[in-house]
Design a protein around this ligand. Structure first.
Ligand code: FE
Length: 136
């Protein structure tokens, strides 16, 4: 995938205000308010900004945090990380490697086999449901 680059004006046009606030301004949706924190649907979670596939639903787990949580990305190269010292905390920020949009944070308290918790914002993700049989 070639790297996606847009000006902030273009991102504003392409994204909803809620998506823009999270993806481009590094906002955080309130816990338990996003559309995916309690989702158990099968499929692939893609970046809501550029469409890069980030997480498979079978790596999603119940973290109790109120945000969709995964223990592993589809490929480690798809989620970039940076140290985030905002809000008086030192955290690891997770970004889409394809468009540099903010996804959430990564914490070292996840389940095995990785021990990681990718704590994502629902607004940063778009679920592509697994193919369902046609209704005929
Ligand atoms: Fe992206």
């Amino acid at each position: 995938m070639s790297k996606v680059v847009h000006s902030e004006d273009e991102w504003r046009r392409l994204l909803t205000p809620e998506q823009y606030a999270v993806l481009r301004e590094k906002g955080t949706e309130r816990a338990f308010t996003g559309k995916y924190h309690d989702s158990h649907e099968k499929g692939v979670y893609a970046c809501a900004a550029c469409g890069q596939e980030l997480f498979a639903s079978d790596t999603k787990y119940e973290s109790g945090s109120g945000w969709p949580s995964f223990y592993q990305a589809i490929d480690r190269d798809r989620v970039a990380t940076e140290v985030d010292r905002s809000h008086g905390m030192t955290r690891v920020e997770a970004l889409c490697s394809n468009c540099d949009s903010h996804l959430g944070h990564v914490f070292p308290d996840g389940p095995q086999p990785t021990g990681l918790r990718f704590c994502m914002n629902s607004a940063s993700l778009e679920l592509k449901p697994a193919n369902k049989p046609d209704k005929k």
